[in-house]
Design a protein. Structure first.
Lengths: 199, 558, 335
């Protein structure tokens, strides 16, 4: 390009900062996933009280207080882990990261136990009635996102335990934590819709 | 016409052709230009395939009591025709054009996430192949199988296991679900690229119109495609796990699918048409020799269309028996979305007004788009009037309307874009005489095919019928419609020949054969892999105008 | 004897009714369709004017500003970036047009949807099946199929109120000259009414794709004078013409599996899966309109329904020639 690099053009290129690719990418991933969840939430709301037979929410659902506390606390612990990473306190980072994983694991196990009871004790499966279909789909969709998040959390745990210098990947750890916060925020909505509004 | 010499990029003459290297170059590429071309070529191949299906459909309907195909084959044909055209032609055209041009236009070296880009293409292709594999693998229970036959919008409960036995519907669901992941990936990439990869000096307002429109298109994809995926997952739950989402026996709602589908489906048609808007917004100024009239208003109009289009979906459901309040609301919102669209047509016309119009093939297609899309939009307004729609819904009037928007609209825009950027991508010009011949024949064919459909709707002919009885007043119009397809086919054949011949033997194009103003014309044709030798620095929305007219640059007036 | 004569008279009357095979929405013959035609013309007028004005501007622009081969050919024209006033003007005008259109449309929507039909209403329940229409008259205790008789008065004062249900997938009830369409959706009751203003046979189609034979799920509304309608109704209320006597043909029929799907009032046939056959010969067509109701066609249909309507759910029972003749004879007696 024939150009005379003018002074202000040079000035422009020196001060030219644009938003970070990864940040924008994760943000829009969250937006698109939110659109997906919205439809499942809408289906759940539309079908509240419409099941013709079978177990009803108030008969079989108990508030999952402990697992919710665990999952939501894991949002706090992941922040602690990040702060430790920023300060270079690798041992603390690994500790808080492990706590985050354990809290997430507790959530998944609790959900599994809840589902076991619903299926075998209460006779509620995904095909039983509208409640069963919408419940397992919505909670299951959320749980699958937790599992994916856990997968990445475990990956980070594994490589940092194996000696990989995780502090060089702070940006990516931050993106993962944003995803994790998103999954927790979705849980707040699912909890409200399923265990409060729907019961 | 500026010519840039890049000593680094000189073609090595008599380079030995290595099949494995060429194969690897294309299969493993993450270069946005190659991926863009792959998207476009794939879309054109599917266009021909679905076009052949349309030809068979029209052969069957040319005469009453047609015997060309049996009812099941016919039902599969119209399902696959529609599904292919929307998801395997329209969507890859969106991805292809935005992938190829956006980085070039914003002075970037590639998209924000090149590997995600590649992933998006291959998973789209996989989804398309999965859909077509149904022809071979879809045979399930009771010989029910083969390709899906539930219509491109697959209403429940027709798609329930009870009414669609076998695996054909599952191929529809999975093929599209998978391809949709590719669309979302591509759209995400475009958004991040526009926000994070612009060259110095290119503030958002200085991005070319094309980039703006594709950015908003990508926003729409990211928001509107997930509802389809969600509905498809729900349908899979119903079909495979005994779920009750759309099971009326269990108290479910058959209409819920329609809501979810059209919450996706209506924005989808805007997603499909936006590339044409984007292309027109680049070509019309260049061939009028004036900047786009009212760029802020044009951007605002596109944003408005994107936003309002999320709230019009139930105009596809006027016959379902919704309350008068609902019907009125959706009539109103649908009419409102016509306003920014009209404003765009006015602005394009105002761009031409006072200019010096050059009627090369790209411009001819743009002008035809203006007139035809005007008609299509107005028939859309007619359909938005719910009581009128109660007559016209699910009739051939609707078929005429949406083919006008997609063929006489989108496809005209796509052809304009292909003729315009072909020299940039290949370094050769397309043949102008053949281009004009393609244009006139295609305009003739399209109108002969799709205008009679509007009248067939008035005469009570419903959609999706594999045959009809004589003496309903439908024979003559159906015959004319079918003849139009033959004319279109000839036009397309001329186009395909032009593409292939010009790619191999066309006149060499320079960097800037059209004397245009956006950054893609500032690099060689075809561009080197790294796009720009030096990162461009811009001061206005038309950097090349500024360079060519240093006494009268845009940045003095913007 | 008298019964046969009455039936023959009725059939002759129906045959004499004018047929509206060409179902032009611009030739409405009932109130809903008329309201729809009026707003159609209104919106057509508005969009027509818009088209003429805008297309005219475009053509004018193309002609006036085409590049001329003069000495100025390669000089760039004035670079105009836009005009706020013009943008405002051509935003406001369409907004005004749209508001007018919305207002008019809202009134027609409410007018058609929320209107109560006239007092003299005949109630009909229509249940959509893959690929035929079950028709019930709850007040008359009549069950028939595919062809809907309704009373008609010149000023539209004789209305029929239709309850629309579906037994399987979504269908749509569309008789263009009588009314816009309304869908038949399982687990959802929809309602509409029609008031044909002229006696005649009105043609329509199922208008929502419902599977293989959607194309041959045809509709006929036979509008008659109120007296003729009452005569038809009372005929339909009778048991089957041959209910009293047990002929060999009837015995043959009742021994075959036809009775599992079809009902004939006054006999052991009480099947619900297929159309009621009690007065089969009072209908103009077979197979929901796919073929005319003639003795030859009846034989073709009973022998193998898959020939005229491939994919329909009535199987060929592979009857022998003698079984076939007897069944067709019996069915031919069901006036």
């Amino acid at each position: 390009m024939q150009e005379v690099i003018t002074e202000d053009a040079l000035e422009l290129s020196r001060n030219w900062t644009l938003p970070d690719r990864g940040k924008v990418g994760i943000l829009f991933l969250i937006i698109t996933e939110s659109a997906l969840f919205t439809i499942f939430v809408v289906a759940y709301l539309v079908y509240i009280g419409k099941s013709l037979s079978g177990p009803q929410p108030k008969d079989v659902l108990e508030l999952p207080i402990l697992s919710s506390i665990c999952l939501l606390s894991s949002s706090a612990t992941i922040v602690f882990a990040e702060r430790a990473l920023h300060k270079g306190a690798l041992a603390m980072f690994k500790l808080w990261w492990a706590v985050t994983i354990l809290l997430g694991l507790e959530f998944l196990v609790s959900t599994g136990v809840e589902w076991y009871n619903l299926i075998y004790k209460d006779g509620l499966t995904i095909s039983t009635n509208l409640f069963g279909t919408t419940y397992y789909s919505l909670v299951g969709l959320h749980a699958s996102h937790v599992i994916v998040g856990m997968g990445f959390l475990l990956l980070v745990m594994a490589v940092s335990l194996a000696g990989f210098p995780i502090q060089t990947q702070m940006r990516r750890v931050m993106f993962l934590s944003w995803y994790w916060h998103f999954v927790d925020a979705i849980w707040v909505i699912v909890f409200t819709v399923v265990y409060i509004i729907g019961r | 016409m500026a010519t840039i010499d890049y000593p680094i990029h000189q073609k090595i003459e008599n380079e030995e052709f290595s099949f494995s290297e060429t194969f690897y170059k294309w299969v493993a590429t993450v270069d946005h230009k190659r991926l863009g071309l792959m998207y476009i070529v794939t879309a054109l191949v599917f266009l021909v395939v679905a076009g052949i299906m349309a030809a068979v459909i029209r052969l069957q309907l040319a005469f009453p009591n047609g015997q060309v195909v049996d009812p099941d084959t016919y039902n599969r044909l119209f399902t696959m025709h529609g599904t292919t055209m929307v998801f395997l032609v329209g969507m890859p055209m969106v991805a292809g054009f935005s992938n190829y041009l956006v980085p070039l236009m914003i002075g970037a070296r590639d998209m924000a996430f090149p590997r995600l880009n590649s992933f998006g293409f291959w998973i789209f292709l996989f989804g398309g192949c999965l859909l077509y594999f149904s022809y071979i693998g879809g045979n399930g229970l009771n010989g029910a199988g083969s390709a899906p036959d539930v219509g491109w919008f697959a209403y429940s409960p027709l798609t329930a296991k009870a009414f669609s036995r076998g695996a054909s519907t599952d191929y529809w669901i999975l093929g599209i679900l998978v391809a949709g992941i590719g669309s979302i990936a591509s759209a995400l990439n475009v958004i991040v690229t526009c926000i994070s990869m612009r060259c110095p000096g290119m503030t958002m307002s200085k991005m070319p119109m094309f980039v703006w429109v594709m950015l908003i298109d990508s926003w729409l994809i990211v928001i509107a495609l997930p509802p389809l995926s969600a509905a498809q997952i729900m349908l899979l739950v119903d079909r495979f796990l005994g779920g009750t989402f759309f099971n009326t026996q269990a108290g479910g709602s058959a209409v819920l699918w329609q809501h979810f589908f059209w919450i996706f489906g209506h924005p989808e048609v805007y997603i499909l048409i936006f590339p044409a808007f984007a292309i027109l917004s680049e070509i019309i100024p260049v061939f009028s020799r004036k900047p786009i009239f009212g760029k802020p208003a044009m951007v605002g109009a596109v944003v408005a269309i994107g936003f309002i289009s999320l709230g019009v979906w139930a105009h596809h459901m006027f016959a379902v028996g919704m309350s008068s309040w609902s019907n009125t609301f959706f009539t109103a919102s649908t009419m409102l979305v016509g306003i920014p669209t009209g404003i765009k047509i006015f602005n394009w016309t105002a761009t031409m007004y006072g200019g010096k119009l050059r009627f090369d093939t790209p411009m001819l297609f743009c002008i035809a788009f203006l007139l035809q899309f005007l008609v299509a939009g107005l028939t859309g307004i007619m359909l938005s009037v719910a009581p009128f729609d109660w007559q016209l819904h699910d009739s051939y009037f609707v078929v005429g309307h949406f083919h006008f928007t997609l063929v006489a609209g989108l496809l005209f825009g796509i052809f304009a874009g292909l003729y315009y950027w072909f020299p940039k991508a290949t370094g050769r010009m397309m043949n102008e005489k053949l281009g004009k011949l393609h244009f006139w024949l295609f305009v003739l064919g399209v109108n002969v095919t799709f205008i009679p459909m509007h009248f067939l709707g008035f005469l009570g002919m419903p959609r999706r019928i594999y045959t009809y009885a004589p003496n309903r007043g439908w024979e003559g119009l159906n015959l004319v419609t079918s003849i139009g397809v033959a004319i279109q086919a000839v036009a397309i054949a001329i186009f395909v020949y032009n593409v292939l011949h010009s790619a191999l033997k066309g006149v060499r194009a320079g960097d800037d054969p059209w004397d245009a103003w956006t950054l893609e014309w500032a690099t060689s044709s075809p561009p080197p892999e790294y796009n720009f030798e030096k990162v461009p620095v811009v001061r206005s929305g038309r950097p090349l105008w500024d360079l060519k007219h240093p006494d009268d640059p845009d940045w003095r007036f913007e | 004897m008298l019964g046969t004569a009455v039936v023959a008279l009725l059939q002759a009357q129906v045959a004499a009714l004018p047929e509206h095979r060409i179902a032009d929405i611009m030739k409405p013959l009932a109130s809903p369709a008329e309201a729809e035609k009026n707003i159609a013309l209104f919106s057509f007028a508005i969009t027509g004017v818009i088209f003429v004005v805008v297309a005219g501007l475009i053509f004018f622009t193309l002609w006036k500003f085409r590049r001329k081969h003069d000495e100025d050919e390669f000089r760039e024209p004035a670079q105009v970036y836009g005009s706020n006033q013009i943008e405002v003007a051509w935003t406001i005008i369409p907004v005004l047009i749209v508001f007018i259109l919305i207002g008019v449309t809202a009134r027609v929507i409410a007018g058609v949807e929320n209107a109560s039909p006239p007092k003299n209403v005949t109630k009909i329940t229509i249940i959509g099946h893959q690929w035929w229409w079950e028709v019930k008259y709850p007040d008359y205790d009549i069950v028939t199929a595919n062809e809907i008789h309704v009373p008609s008065l010149p000023d539209g004062k004789a209305a029929s109120y239709l309850k629309l249900e579906s037994a399987d997938v979504i269908h749509s009830f569309w008789l263009p000259q009588l009314s816009g369409k309304t869908d038949l959706i399982p687990n959802r009751d929809n309602f509409m009414w029609i008031n044909p203003k002229e006696p005649g046979v009105y043609f329509g189609n199922c208008a929502e794709y419902c599977g293989t034979q959607h194309a041959n799920m045809l509709l006929r509304v036979i509008a008659q004078t109120p007296d003729d309608f009452k005569k038809w109704a009372s005929e339909q209320q009778q048991n089957a013409a041959s209910a009293a006597a047990m002929t060999p043909e009837r015995a043959e029929f009742e021994a075959l599996s036809c009775v599992n799907c079809h009902a004939i009032k006054g006999t052991v046939a009480v099947g619900k899966f297929g159309p009621d056959l009690t007065h089969l010969m009072s209908r103009q067509t077979l197979g929901a309109g796919v073929i005319d109701n003639t003795p030859a066609n009846l034989k073709i249909w009973v022998n193998n329904p898959q020939d005229p309507k491939p994919g329909c759910f009535m199987p060929s029972l592979k009857l022998t020639d003698s079984e076939l003749t007897q069944v067709v004879d019996y069915l031919g007696s069901l006036k």
